[in-house]
Design a protein around this ligand. Structure first.
Ligand code: SF4
Ligand code: SF4
Length: 451
């Protein structure tokens, strides 16, 4: 161990946060492995924030791996591409992780479908204008692969055409169990740096700051080894502390600035991209390819063959779990990490662009007694843990009274980004984050009804 590391004080955000056991040892050392095709792939038309894509194929049509099968519907939308060669079996409603069924293109994959992408064409990215790069990013169907699934091209041009000075690159991966970004930084370092250089040019940013939690110093080393002393790109270890990977926390840690309440990183001349997204930009743009697969960490006590799998988009979770030898008695399957992910009600749900992990609990790992909810004892641990300086205890009491309007008007409910810190520390097991999710959904519905 480098003795200097003992005295290193890495940057972090100023208030709240927690240190959950990270459980990353199960997969952090496992290289990315390619998953075979499932017999049927299901490509939802909405895998991103914004308008769903519009199908451009019909039932019975043959499609080749990489071919566009749905086009973007407006600026805030992205296209979809066929993850494998096969025949369109249906365009129908399909279960989603969010709950309600949504339209999807179902592809029966040919048994002999090869991994080769047959639908592409080289592009000299260096000769593209900024506008053309933005179009290429959109055409590739790229969205935030860290989980937000926000269309990547939209972020390139902040509202009001505000200038961008800094590209913040999120390599924190602060959720327990997840290690796909870690592996991408180690195994796709050159693609990541190529993606960053493309986006520096496309956004006009003068510098790129890569933030990596200090439990991944091998990734910091792999990146810094490839950077020149006067490079516009620099890499910075930040403290391993949840939710360090949230945009607001990362901006504060790396730039020592606070995003104003209700504001965006763009207010400070900053755009934030996840390392996985940038590595895909570095890989796909020069080849004129669309996004058809992503790295997914499959982990948790219920998985026999945990790993970081390169998964064709549209792969049913059931197939992925079968390949990863998940315990058949698995009774809790979470898409994403355990802090901010979603428990799925059906294993027919497909892997989509925003799914970075699948965490499986074999049996009810949490003792039922522990799950019993007790009254609030006003211990204030949730207040101390909230990185947004909110009062989750008060918000929780109002949620129980269904006073959602007061939660928003007087207690800044809209500032809650559902990180789960408050619920994690609550000794009374009050499901605060779930309450806040419901409250925000009810307020959205109220607003929609009023307009
Ligand atoms: S879930 Fe919301 S209220 Fe709770 S700690 Fe996170 S930001 Fe604060
Ligand atoms: S942590 Fe739980 S028990 Fe303590 S004040 Fe917050 S809501 Fe109440």
């Amino acid at each position: 161990m480098n003795l200097l590391n003992l005295f290193r004080q890495d940057k972090t955000f100023s208030h709240g946060g927690i240190h959950p056991v990270d459980h990353k040892e199960q997969t952090a050392g496992l290289p990315i492995r390619r998953l075979p095709f499932a017999a049927k792939l299901v490509v939802p038309l909405s895998q991103h924030k914004g308008a769903p894509a519009k199908p451009v194929v019909r039932v019975g049509q043959e499609v080749v791996r990489g071919e566009p099968i749905a086009e973007a519907d407006g600026h805030m939308s992205v296209p979809m591409h066929a993850p494998a060669t096969g025949r369109v079996a249906a365009i129908d409603l399909w279960p989603t992780a969010e709950g309600p069924k949504a339209p999807a293109v179902v592809i029966d994959v040919y048994e002999a479908s090869s991994q080769e992408v047959l639908f592409d064409g080289d592009i000299d990215v260096d000769k593209l204008s900024r506008k053309a790069i933005m179009q290429a990013v959109k055409d590739a169907g790229l969205v935030g692969l860290g989980g937000a699934a926000f269309p990547s091209h939209v972020k390139m041009q902040p509202p009001g055409n505000r200038p961008v000075y800094t590209l913040l690159v999120n390599g924190c991966e602060c959720e327990p169990y997840l290690t796909c970004d870690h592996r991408v930084m180690l195994e796709q370092t050159d693609l990541l740096l190529r993606g960053i250089r493309i986006m520096l040019r496309a956004t006009g940013a003068v510098q790129a700051l890569i933030g990596v939690e200090d439990n991944k110093m091998d990734a910091v080393g792999a990146i810094s080894d490839r950077l020149a002393a006067d490079d516009a790109i620099s890499v910075h270890p930040v403290q391993a502390r949840y939710p360090q990977g949230a945009e607001k926390m990362l901006v504060e840690a790396l730039m020592d600035q606070q995003i104003p309440e209700g504001g965006l990183p763009a207010d400070l001349g900053v755009v934030v991209y996840n390392v996985g997204t940038l590595a895909q930009i570095g890989e796909l743009l020069p080849q004129g390819k669309g996004l058809i697969e992503r790295v997914v960490t499959v982990s948790g006590p219920g998985v026999g063959k945990p790993g970081n799998y390169l998964v064709p988009l549209g792969t049913p979770v059931s197939f992925l779990l079968q390949q990863a030898e998940a315990d058949e008695s698995a009774n809790e399957v979470i898409l994403g990490g355990p802090m901010m992910g979603m428990t799925v009600a059906s294993l027919d749900v497909p892997i989509t662009k925003g799914v970075s992990g699948v965490v499986v609990y074999a049996q009810d790992a949490v003792d039922q007694q522990q799950r019993q909810i007790f009254p609030c004892i006003k211990c204030s641990r949730c207040v101390e843990a909230c990185p947004m300086h909110l009062n989750p205890s008060m918000l929780g009491q109002l949620a129980r009274k269904r006073d959602y309007a007061t939660m928003a008007a007087d207690y800044h409910l809209d500032q809650c980004f559902e990180c789960g810190c408050c619920a994690y520390v609550c000794p009374s097991n009050i499901p605060l984050t779930q309450y806040f999710r419901i409250a925000k959904a009810m307020n959205r519905e109220q607003t929609a009804m009023a307009s």
